[in-house]
Design a protein around this ligand. Structure first.
Ligand code: OAD
Length: 256
């Protein structure tokens, strides 16, 4: 049974486990991923959408996409995968989660030690005066704007605090992520194609430190051959099975 093998592996690493997630953990919440056949990049060019220069020269391209694909995240709900990750943390079976997702769903599910290395849609700021805007404020500004661009009172363009191509990752988030990686002997990559650096190098760091890699992902990744265990299954089924087994084995786990 996949979930039993998985939990035994977590226990063997005595909680020194980092979970690394990508867009595939949020597809059961109705948010598309990027590189699956029907993913966002099957319809949009990555550079046009998330290239910083493109955003600065014609922000309406990003904002028109965001109206239907990013601001909708404000109403998205965490699914069984996010709940499983939060549960594993509360039981001290993992030490935290590093996510590439900007959708806030790990936070909504209750994950505490969380590094959002590609930023989050929770806030944005004006590129001219620096004023900070909440997600609801940005959403209201875009809805009332003819070209859908969120503009500050000062006339500047507001940029959501998500990482565009060509931008450095947030220093505080990346520090949290490296702290988790360095203290982990096992990293579990879930719902990510491991195609984007520097995140794709995190499993390689754990492997270099003589740790192990487990992958739970439907599609192939460049590190499949390095993994101790691979589960090529829908994450929502996998997570449900893990949660069921945890409920069943809880007394033994709590008494550890
Ligand atoms: P990808 O779209 O590259 O990979 C998502 C992976 O999740 C794919 O391999 C799918 O097979 C798998 N998947 C999807 N739904 C699943 C499910 N229900 N069960 C199991 N597996 C499933 O997304 P990321 O790896 O997150 O960056 O992409 C990384 C970065 O690329 C993103 O953060 C974004 C993008 O460019 C920026 O925008 C900066």
């Amino acid at each position: 049974m996949d979930s039993k093998i998985f939990l035994d592996k977590l226990k063997a690493h005595a909680g020194k486990v980092a979970i690394l997630t990508g867009a595939g953990v949020s597809t059961p919440s109705g948010i598309p991923d990027f590189r699956s056949p029907n993913g966002i990049y099957s319809k949009y060019d990555p550079e046009e959408l998330f290239g910083l220069d493109n955003f600065l020269s014609h922000p309406s391209y990003f904002y028109k996409f965001a109206a239907d694909n990013i601001f909708t995240m404000k109403d998205a709900k965490p699914n069984v995968v996010h709940h499983m990750v939060a549960k594993l943390e509360s039981l001290h079976l993992i030490n935290g989660v590093i996510t590439q997702n900007i959708d806030m769903l790990h936070k909504k599910a209750g994950s505490v030690n969380l590094a959002e290395v590609h930023g989050s849609i929770e806030k944005g700021h004006c590129l001219r005066c620096g004023r900070v805007y909440s997600l609801d404020e940005m959403y209201n500004l875009t809805s009332n704007s003819p070209d859908k661009v969120a503009r500050c009172e000062c006339g500047g363009i507001i940029k959501p605090d998500i990482i565009f191509f060509g931008e450095p990752l947030s220093e505080s988030e990346i520090e949290k992520a490296y702290a988790m990686i360095e203290s982990s002997t096992l990293i579990v990559a879930m719902g990510t194609s491991l195609a984007v650096y520097p995140v794709a190098s995190f499993p390689q760091i754990v492997l270099r430190n003589k740790g192990e890699l487990v992958i739970v992902n439907m599609g192939a990744t460049q590190l499949d051959s390095e993994a101790s265990l691979i589960f090529k299954v829908p994450l929502e089924h996998f997570a449900q099975e893990v949660l069921s087994l945890l409920a069943y084995t809880r007394p033994a786990l709590d008494s550890k």
